[in-house]
Design a protein around this ligand. Structure first.
Ligand SMILES: [Zn+2]
Length: 73
């Protein structure tokens, strides 16, 4: 019994990746996942590199003072 296709899990997104000679990004599924992993190690913060959606919500909720008051015109 020979395994024709060998799969591994992408270290970044945990997706099954077919391990083939043609896959230059193995064990990652794509160049993006490889870049994310390299970047994580480079910054010594092995976490999810994307900002949490809460941060964006806080930023949109924040209204700088002076805007909309129309003073000075
Ligand atoms: Zn991946």
């Amino acid at each position: 019994m020979t395994a024709a296709v060998r799969t591994v899990n992408c270290p970044t997104c945990r997706k099954p990746v077919v391990w083939t000679e043609k896959n230059a990004y193995r064990p990652f599924c794509s160049a993006r996942c490889r870049q994310i992993d390299l970047g994580a190690w480079a910054s010594e913060a092995y976490r999810v590199p994307t900002a949490p959606p809460d941060a964006a919500l806080d930023e949109s909720d924040f209204q700088p003072p002076g805007l909309g008051e129309g003073r000075g015109f």
